[in-house]
Design a protein around this ligand. Structure first.
Ligand code: SF4
Length: 374
Protein backbone atom coordinates (compact mmCIF):
# COMPACT_ATOMS: atom_id res chain seq x y z
CA UNK A 1 0.00 0.00 0.00
CA UNK A 2 1.37 3.45 -0.94
CA UNK A 3 0.39 6.92 -2.12
CA UNK A 4 1.50 9.47 -4.69
CA UNK A 5 1.40 13.22 -4.01
CA UNK A 6 1.88 15.69 -6.87
CA UNK A 7 2.55 19.32 -6.05
CA UNK A 8 1.12 21.87 -8.51
CA UNK A 9 3.02 25.08 -7.62
CA UNK A 10 0.80 27.75 -9.17
CA UNK A 11 -1.88 30.06 -7.77
CA UNK A 12 -3.88 32.94 -9.25
CA UNK A 13 -2.97 35.22 -6.35
CA UNK A 14 -1.23 34.93 -3.00
CA UNK A 15 -3.50 34.45 0.00
CA UNK A 16 -2.16 36.62 2.80
CA UNK A 17 -1.68 33.78 5.30
CA UNK A 18 -0.14 31.16 3.00
CA UNK A 19 3.48 30.00 3.00
CA UNK A 20 3.17 26.98 0.69
CA UNK A 21 5.41 26.85 -2.34
CA UNK A 22 3.70 28.42 -5.37
CA UNK A 23 4.18 31.00 -8.10
CA UNK A 24 1.54 33.44 -9.34
CA UNK A 25 3.13 33.44 -12.78
CA UNK A 26 1.63 30.62 -14.86
CA UNK A 27 3.99 31.01 -17.77
CA UNK A 28 5.93 27.78 -17.05
CA UNK A 29 2.88 25.63 -16.38
CA UNK A 30 3.20 23.46 -19.48
CA UNK A 31 6.93 22.81 -18.99
CA UNK A 32 6.34 22.08 -15.35
CA UNK A 33 3.72 19.44 -16.13
CA UNK A 34 6.20 17.82 -18.54
CA UNK A 35 8.77 17.82 -15.74
CA UNK A 36 6.26 16.26 -13.30
CA UNK A 37 5.58 13.46 -15.78
CA UNK A 38 9.32 13.00 -16.20
CA UNK A 39 9.84 12.77 -12.43
CA UNK A 40 6.98 10.25 -12.14
CA UNK A 41 8.75 8.13 -14.75
CA UNK A 42 12.26 8.46 -13.31
CA UNK A 43 11.22 7.63 -9.75
CA UNK A 44 8.94 4.69 -10.53
CA UNK A 45 11.05 2.30 -8.42
CA UNK A 46 10.85 4.44 -5.25
CA UNK A 47 7.80 2.60 -3.90
CA UNK A 48 8.93 -0.86 -5.08
CA UNK A 49 6.00 -3.06 -6.03
CA UNK A 50 3.55 -1.34 -3.67
CA UNK A 51 0.05 -0.85 -4.97
CA UNK A 52 -0.99 2.79 -5.21
CA UNK A 53 -4.10 3.25 -3.09
CA UNK A 54 -4.22 7.05 -3.11
CA UNK A 55 -3.23 9.81 -5.52
CA UNK A 56 -3.37 13.43 -4.35
CA UNK A 57 -2.93 16.51 -6.52
CA UNK A 58 -2.23 19.32 -4.08
CA UNK A 59 -0.63 22.71 -4.18
CA UNK A 60 -0.77 25.47 -4.98
CA UNK A 61 -3.92 25.21 -7.05
CA UNK A 62 -4.23 21.98 -9.05
CA UNK A 63 -7.58 23.13 -10.49
CA UNK A 64 -5.51 25.52 -12.66
CA UNK A 65 -4.41 22.50 -14.71
CA UNK A 66 -6.32 22.00 -17.93
CA UNK A 67 -7.80 18.71 -19.08
CA UNK A 68 -4.80 17.62 -21.15
CA UNK A 69 -2.36 18.40 -18.31
CA UNK A 70 -4.32 16.27 -15.85
CA UNK A 71 -4.52 13.50 -18.44
CA UNK A 72 -0.73 13.53 -18.94
CA UNK A 73 -0.18 13.06 -15.21
CA UNK A 74 -2.81 10.34 -14.79
CA UNK A 75 -1.66 8.44 -17.87
CA UNK A 76 1.95 8.53 -16.68
CA UNK A 77 0.93 7.17 -13.29
CA UNK A 78 -1.10 4.35 -14.84
CA UNK A 79 1.73 3.50 -17.23
CA UNK A 80 4.42 3.12 -14.55
CA UNK A 81 2.62 2.17 -11.33
CA UNK A 82 0.09 -0.44 -10.26
CA UNK A 83 -2.93 1.56 -9.20
CA UNK A 84 -5.73 -0.03 -7.19
CA UNK A 85 -9.05 -0.16 -9.05
CA UNK A 86 -10.63 1.62 -6.07
CA UNK A 87 -7.85 4.18 -5.56
CA UNK A 88 -8.87 7.48 -3.98
CA UNK A 89 -7.86 10.24 -6.43
CA UNK A 90 -8.13 13.70 -4.86
CA UNK A 91 -7.65 17.09 -6.48
CA UNK A 92 -7.48 20.34 -4.53
CA UNK A 93 -9.60 22.98 -6.24
CA UNK A 94 -10.46 26.62 -5.78
CA UNK A 95 -14.16 27.51 -6.13
CA UNK A 96 -13.57 30.04 -8.92
CA UNK A 97 -12.14 27.30 -11.17
CA UNK A 98 -15.03 24.89 -10.72
CA UNK A 99 -17.28 25.62 -13.67
CA UNK A 100 -19.67 22.84 -14.73
CA UNK A 101 -17.43 22.10 -17.70
CA UNK A 102 -14.35 21.89 -15.48
CA UNK A 103 -16.10 19.53 -13.08
CA UNK A 104 -17.06 17.27 -15.99
CA UNK A 105 -13.44 17.23 -17.22
CA UNK A 106 -12.17 16.33 -13.76
CA UNK A 107 -14.64 13.47 -13.47
CA UNK A 108 -13.73 12.16 -16.92
CA UNK A 109 -10.03 12.46 -16.00
CA UNK A 110 -10.42 10.02 -13.09
CA UNK A 111 -10.66 12.45 -10.17
CA UNK A 112 -13.07 10.89 -7.66
CA UNK A 113 -12.58 13.19 -4.67
CA UNK A 114 -12.44 16.98 -4.51
CA UNK A 115 -10.97 19.08 -1.75
CA UNK A 116 -12.31 22.60 -2.27
CA UNK A 117 -10.50 25.56 -0.71
CA UNK A 118 -13.56 27.40 0.57
CA UNK A 119 -11.93 28.86 3.74
CA UNK A 120 -15.09 30.86 4.56
CA UNK A 121 -18.59 31.52 3.22
CA UNK A 122 -18.30 35.16 4.32
CA UNK A 123 -17.06 37.80 1.87
CA UNK A 124 -15.49 39.86 4.68
CA UNK A 125 -13.20 36.96 5.61
CA UNK A 126 -12.43 36.10 1.98
CA UNK A 127 -11.42 39.68 1.19
CA UNK A 128 -9.24 39.86 4.31
CA UNK A 129 -7.55 36.58 3.30
CA UNK A 130 -7.05 37.84 -0.28
CA UNK A 131 -8.78 34.77 -1.72
CA UNK A 132 -9.52 34.74 -5.45
CA UNK A 133 -13.18 33.70 -4.98
CA UNK A 134 -16.26 35.11 -3.26
CA UNK A 135 -18.95 33.59 -1.05
CA UNK A 136 -21.40 33.05 -3.92
CA UNK A 137 -18.78 31.07 -5.86
CA UNK A 138 -17.99 29.09 -2.71
CA UNK A 139 -21.58 27.92 -2.33
CA UNK A 140 -22.26 27.26 -5.99
CA UNK A 141 -19.02 25.25 -6.49
CA UNK A 142 -20.17 22.83 -3.80
CA UNK A 143 -23.71 22.52 -5.17
CA UNK A 144 -22.44 21.93 -8.70
CA UNK A 145 -19.78 19.42 -7.64
CA UNK A 146 -22.42 17.44 -5.77
CA UNK A 147 -24.88 17.65 -8.66
CA UNK A 148 -22.22 16.16 -10.92
CA UNK A 149 -21.72 13.21 -8.60
CA UNK A 150 -18.71 14.24 -6.48
CA UNK A 151 -20.09 12.63 -3.34
CA UNK A 152 -16.66 12.24 -1.80
CA UNK A 153 -16.14 15.91 -1.17
CA UNK A 154 -14.10 17.87 1.31
CA UNK A 155 -13.83 21.57 2.00
CA UNK A 156 -11.20 23.58 3.87
CA UNK A 157 -12.29 26.23 6.34
CA UNK A 158 -10.18 28.63 8.42
CA UNK A 159 -11.29 29.89 11.79
CA UNK A 160 -9.85 32.75 13.85
CA UNK A 161 -9.87 35.47 11.16
CA UNK A 162 -10.06 38.97 12.70
CA UNK A 163 -13.03 39.71 10.43
CA UNK A 164 -15.04 36.81 11.86
CA UNK A 165 -17.23 36.79 14.95
CA UNK A 166 -18.67 33.96 16.97
CA UNK A 167 -21.95 34.37 15.02
CA UNK A 168 -20.35 34.56 11.57
CA UNK A 169 -18.32 31.44 12.35
CA UNK A 170 -21.51 29.67 13.45
CA UNK A 171 -23.07 30.72 10.15
CA UNK A 172 -20.18 29.06 8.31
CA UNK A 173 -20.75 25.83 10.19
CA UNK A 174 -24.47 25.98 9.58
CA UNK A 175 -23.86 26.21 5.84
CA UNK A 176 -21.63 23.13 6.06
CA UNK A 177 -24.60 21.17 7.36
CA UNK A 178 -27.10 22.74 4.99
CA UNK A 179 -24.91 21.87 2.02
CA UNK A 180 -24.43 18.36 3.45
CA UNK A 181 -20.66 18.25 3.02
CA UNK A 182 -19.24 14.89 4.12
CA UNK A 183 -15.67 16.00 5.03
CA UNK A 184 -14.27 19.21 6.47
CA UNK A 185 -10.69 20.20 7.16
CA UNK A 186 -10.89 23.04 9.62
CA UNK A 187 -7.73 24.93 10.56
CA UNK A 188 -7.07 27.72 12.99
CA UNK A 189 -5.43 30.73 11.37
CA UNK A 190 -1.68 30.70 12.00
CA UNK A 191 0.90 33.37 11.28
CA UNK A 192 3.53 31.84 9.02
CA UNK A 193 6.88 33.42 8.26
CA UNK A 194 7.37 35.34 5.01
CA UNK A 195 3.66 35.96 4.44
CA UNK A 196 1.75 39.21 4.03
CA UNK A 197 0.04 38.42 7.34
CA UNK A 198 3.37 38.06 9.16
CA UNK A 199 4.36 41.46 7.77
CA UNK A 200 1.08 43.00 8.96
CA UNK A 201 1.62 41.56 12.43
CA UNK A 202 5.19 42.83 12.53
CA UNK A 203 4.18 46.32 11.46
CA UNK A 204 0.90 46.20 13.44
CA UNK A 205 -1.13 47.23 10.39
CA UNK A 206 -4.58 46.11 9.26
CA UNK A 207 -6.95 43.87 11.19
CA UNK A 208 -4.93 41.39 13.22
CA UNK A 209 -5.98 37.98 14.57
CA UNK A 210 -6.09 37.20 18.27
CA UNK A 211 -5.50 33.88 20.00
CA UNK A 212 -8.58 34.09 22.16
CA UNK A 213 -11.06 34.09 19.28
CA UNK A 214 -9.06 31.32 17.63
CA UNK A 215 -9.55 29.08 20.68
CA UNK A 216 -13.22 30.09 21.03
CA UNK A 217 -13.97 29.23 17.41
CA UNK A 218 -12.11 25.92 17.72
CA UNK A 219 -14.37 25.06 20.66
CA UNK A 220 -17.47 26.05 18.67
CA UNK A 221 -16.32 23.95 15.73
CA UNK A 222 -15.86 20.78 17.79
CA UNK A 223 -19.19 21.26 19.54
CA UNK A 224 -21.29 22.13 16.49
CA UNK A 225 -19.84 19.55 14.13
CA UNK A 226 -20.15 16.82 16.73
CA UNK A 227 -23.85 17.81 17.19
CA UNK A 228 -24.28 17.44 13.44
CA UNK A 229 -22.85 13.90 13.45
CA UNK A 230 -19.30 14.60 12.28
CA UNK A 231 -16.49 12.48 13.69
CA UNK A 232 -13.37 14.47 14.60
CA UNK A 233 -11.03 11.73 13.38
CA UNK A 234 -8.01 14.04 13.44
CA UNK A 235 -7.63 17.29 15.29
CA UNK A 236 -8.36 19.39 12.16
CA UNK A 237 -10.43 16.87 10.19
CA UNK A 238 -14.09 15.92 10.52
CA UNK A 239 -16.00 13.29 8.54
CA UNK A 240 -19.48 11.88 8.22
CA UNK A 241 -20.16 8.24 7.36
CA UNK A 242 -16.47 7.40 7.71
CA UNK A 243 -15.60 9.31 4.51
CA UNK A 244 -12.08 9.96 5.83
CA UNK A 245 -9.30 11.23 3.62
CA UNK A 246 -7.49 7.95 2.95
CA UNK A 247 -4.46 9.80 1.63
CA UNK A 248 -3.97 11.87 4.77
CA UNK A 249 -4.86 8.98 7.05
CA UNK A 250 -2.07 6.99 5.40
CA UNK A 251 0.39 9.83 6.12
CA UNK A 252 -0.58 9.62 9.78
CA UNK A 253 -0.14 5.85 9.72
CA UNK A 254 3.33 6.19 8.18
CA UNK A 255 2.38 4.47 4.93
CA UNK A 256 5.07 5.20 2.27
CA UNK A 257 4.40 7.86 -0.33
CA UNK A 258 6.15 9.39 -3.28
CA UNK A 259 6.09 13.19 -3.53
CA UNK A 260 6.46 14.65 -7.03
CA UNK A 261 7.08 18.30 -7.93
CA UNK A 262 8.90 21.30 -6.46
CA UNK A 263 8.96 21.21 -2.63
CA UNK A 264 7.24 17.79 -2.47
CA UNK A 265 8.31 15.36 0.27
CA UNK A 266 8.59 11.57 -0.01
CA UNK A 267 8.75 8.88 2.67
CA UNK A 268 9.72 5.23 2.22
CA UNK A 269 9.46 4.01 5.81
CA UNK A 270 13.14 4.61 6.58
CA UNK A 271 14.00 7.98 5.07
CA UNK A 272 12.53 11.29 4.02
CA UNK A 273 13.37 13.10 0.83
CA UNK A 274 12.36 16.55 -0.36
CA UNK A 275 12.60 18.29 -3.70
CA UNK A 276 13.91 21.82 -4.13
CA UNK A 277 11.24 24.51 -3.92
CA UNK A 278 12.10 26.34 -7.14
CA UNK A 279 10.01 25.91 -10.30
CA UNK A 280 12.61 27.00 -12.90
CA UNK A 281 15.40 24.90 -11.42
CA UNK A 282 13.04 21.94 -11.11
CA UNK A 283 12.14 22.18 -14.82
CA UNK A 284 15.82 22.52 -15.85
CA UNK A 285 16.93 19.56 -13.72
CA UNK A 286 14.18 17.28 -14.99
CA UNK A 287 14.93 18.28 -18.60
CA UNK A 288 18.33 16.60 -18.18
CA UNK A 289 16.86 13.72 -16.16
CA UNK A 290 18.39 14.76 -12.86
CA UNK A 291 15.85 15.64 -10.19
CA UNK A 292 17.57 17.30 -7.28
CA UNK A 293 16.47 16.54 -3.76
CA UNK A 294 17.80 16.21 -0.25
CA UNK A 295 17.47 13.10 1.85
CA UNK A 296 17.50 12.31 5.54
CA UNK A 297 17.81 8.77 6.92
CA UNK A 298 15.51 8.56 9.91
CA UNK A 299 17.01 7.30 13.16
CA UNK A 300 15.01 5.16 15.57
CA UNK A 301 14.47 8.35 17.61
CA UNK A 302 13.11 10.21 14.54
CA UNK A 303 10.76 7.31 13.77
CA UNK A 304 9.45 7.31 17.35
CA UNK A 305 8.95 11.11 17.32
CA UNK A 306 7.16 10.94 13.95
CA UNK A 307 4.89 8.20 15.23
CA UNK A 308 3.90 10.31 18.24
CA UNK A 309 3.55 13.49 16.17
CA UNK A 310 1.20 11.97 13.61
CA UNK A 311 -0.74 9.46 15.70
CA UNK A 312 -1.56 11.54 18.75
CA UNK A 313 -3.58 14.01 16.68
CA UNK A 314 -5.91 11.24 15.48
CA UNK A 315 -8.89 9.70 17.25
CA UNK A 316 -7.03 6.35 17.23
CA UNK A 317 -4.14 7.85 19.17
CA UNK A 318 -0.82 6.17 20.01
CA UNK A 319 -1.02 2.49 20.73
CA UNK A 320 1.01 1.13 23.64
CA UNK A 321 1.51 -2.18 21.80
CA UNK A 322 2.91 -0.35 18.73
CA UNK A 323 5.30 1.56 20.96
CA UNK A 324 6.53 -1.62 22.69
CA UNK A 325 6.90 -3.57 19.44
CA UNK A 326 8.21 -0.88 17.08
CA UNK A 327 9.89 1.66 19.39
CA UNK A 328 11.07 -0.45 22.36
CA UNK A 329 13.98 1.89 23.24
CA UNK A 330 11.50 4.66 24.01
CA UNK A 331 8.69 2.65 25.66
CA UNK A 332 9.74 3.62 29.18
CA UNK A 333 10.03 7.31 28.34
CA UNK A 334 6.63 7.17 26.59
CA UNK A 335 4.92 5.47 29.56
CA UNK A 336 6.36 8.03 32.01
CA UNK A 337 5.41 11.12 29.98
CA UNK A 338 1.96 9.75 29.14
CA UNK A 339 1.23 9.17 32.83
CA UNK A 340 2.16 12.80 33.63
CA UNK A 341 -0.27 14.02 30.96
CA UNK A 342 -2.99 11.62 32.14
CA UNK A 343 -2.57 13.08 35.63
CA UNK A 344 -3.07 16.58 34.19
CA UNK A 345 -6.21 15.47 32.34
CA UNK A 346 -4.67 16.03 28.88
CA UNK A 347 -4.44 12.40 27.77
CA UNK A 348 -6.58 9.34 28.41
CA UNK A 349 -5.95 5.61 28.10
CA UNK A 350 -8.65 3.38 26.66
CA UNK A 351 -7.45 -0.24 26.43
CA UNK A 352 -4.07 0.16 24.71
CA UNK A 353 -4.84 3.46 22.98
CA UNK A 354 -3.57 6.79 24.29
CA UNK A 355 -5.64 9.70 23.01
CA UNK A 356 -6.05 13.42 23.69
CA UNK A 357 -8.86 14.38 26.03
CA UNK A 358 -11.20 17.19 24.96
CA UNK A 359 -9.08 19.59 27.05
CA UNK A 360 -5.88 18.16 25.59
CA UNK A 361 -7.00 18.97 22.04
CA UNK A 362 -6.44 22.70 22.73
CA UNK A 363 -2.81 22.01 23.62
CA UNK A 364 -2.08 19.18 21.19
CA UNK A 365 1.23 20.58 19.91
CA UNK A 366 2.56 21.19 23.39
CA UNK A 367 1.54 17.75 24.68
CA UNK A 368 3.06 16.04 21.65
CA UNK A 369 6.35 17.78 22.22
CA UNK A 370 6.36 16.61 25.87
CA UNK A 371 6.25 13.02 24.57
CA UNK A 372 9.14 13.53 22.14
CA UNK A 373 12.62 12.21 22.77
CA UNK A 374 15.17 14.98 22.19
S1 SF4 B 1 -3.95 29.09 0.27
FE1 SF4 B 1 -4.04 27.82 -1.59
S2 SF4 B 1 -4.75 29.25 -3.17
FE2 SF4 B 1 -4.06 30.52 -1.49
S3 SF4 B 1 -1.90 30.99 -1.98
FE3 SF4 B 1 -1.91 29.17 -0.67
S4 SF4 B 1 -1.87 27.44 -2.04
FE4 SF4 B 1 -2.51 29.24 -3.24
Amino acid sequence: MAGIYIHIPFCRQACHYCNFHFSTSLKNKEELVTALAQELTLRRVYLGEDIIETIYLGGGTPSLLDESEINVLMETIHKHYTVSAIAEVTLEANPDDLTIEKLKELKAGGINRLSIGIQSFDDKDLTWMNRSHNATQARSSIKEAKALGFDNLSIDLIFGCPTSTEQSWLNNLELVTQLDIPHISCYGLTIEEKTALAHQVKTQTGQLPNEESNAEQFAITMKELSKQGYEQYEISNYAKNKLYSNHNTNYWKQVPYLGIGPSAHSFDGQSRQWNQANNSRYIKDLAVGQPSSEKEILTSKDLYNEYVLTQLRTQWGCNVTDIIENHPDYAEHFAKEVQLQINKGMLQKIDTAITLTQEGKYLADQITSELFVT
